[in-house]
Design a binder for this molecule. Sequence first.
Ligand code: FAD
Length: 334
Amino acid sequence: MHSPHSSDRHPSPQEIAAALAPALGASRLRLNEPLASYTTFRIGGPADVLYDATTAGELASAVTAAKDAAVPLFVLGLGANILIGDLGFRGLVVRNVARGVEELGGGRVRAESGVIVADLIQHCVASGWTGLEHYVGIPSTVGGAVWQNLHFLSPAPDRARTMFIEELVESVELLGTDGSRSLASRAEMQFGYDVSRLHTSGEVALAVTFALAPGDPAQMHRIMQENLGWRGSRHPWLEVHPSAGSIFKKIEGVGAGRLIDQCGLKGHRIGGAQISHLHANIMVNLGGATAADVRALISHAQHAVLQRCNQFLEPEIGFIGAFVDESAQGTVSS
Ligand SMILES: Cc1cc2nc3c(=O)[nH]c(=O)nc-3n(C[C@H](O)[C@H](O)[C@H](O)COP(=O)(O)OP(=O)(O)OC[C@H]3O[C@@H](n4cnc5c(N)ncnc54)[C@H](O)[C@@H]3O)c2cc1C
């Protein structure tokens, strides 16, 4: 976006809204909107401009409008895998609430990328299609799930392997950085542990087609109860203790949480942020935590584990927007 004033001055929220209004409608743009309540951590400053995309078409239009106006953009799902800086996001945040679901027949289900995975599970279980129920209790949109290749140790009782959402993905409808639309197969999505091609391609997932198998709803309900019970006894409860799930990437063989625990850091607190008593790789917001508190706690855990275990803990969550401990706006790091 071209500022009418000096070239290094950031445009105001009003100027950004004026540039986007012709494409998105002025009444749909919210200025200086606090973002904390749109994240599971309940942390984060305001977006210059927030827009709710209610269909995949609106999502594509918003992304394209931001690109055309050279406005920095962030696509927000449920905000379950990010920490937003205390200074908020300079630019446009598109909150993806595109929630259309379509049965294509034979277990193929097309979901817009803003569909909440929990809702999709309910839909598929009621229709007798199995696969997604293993991911019950994990906060995510469909878009966030393919971004990070959602995964969980299931099914009970063995929990012998990690199941990945890619196993159920037939194809993903993508919006490219040049505004073109394409269809990527599962193989073309380059899924890995905590990763897909979306991390580097700059593309936005508009919709996902899942290929599910016929199953017994009673069996699916059993899996859901077992998985919810397992999670509930090992992880802090999101409703009471807001978090972003695991903070650090898995370290093969040892586990980031175990290393943090070995340093005696369970329960360690900085400001309103605390390393969970239940799971050392999860940090919780005890109330009023700032992003600066979380970043300080992350640094503290990294330092302790490096000193004691000679291992570097790499954050899994994305750092979004501007942080008080940095001059520039952060980018996604996953
Ligand atoms: C209590 C708790 C438990 C968790 N347990 C698990 C678990 O067991 N397994 C697991 O894998 N994860 C787990 N997580 C992490 C989190 O649930 C997942 O990473 C989830 O997929 C995030 O989805 P989201 O919609 O919230 O994405 P967001 O956090 O909103 O966004 C994450 C990233 O995805 C990008 N993105 C979102 N939508 C799109 C799109 N349509 N196109 C392109 N990019 C997009 C965003 O821009 C951002 O960079 C947990 C989190 C919490 C809070």
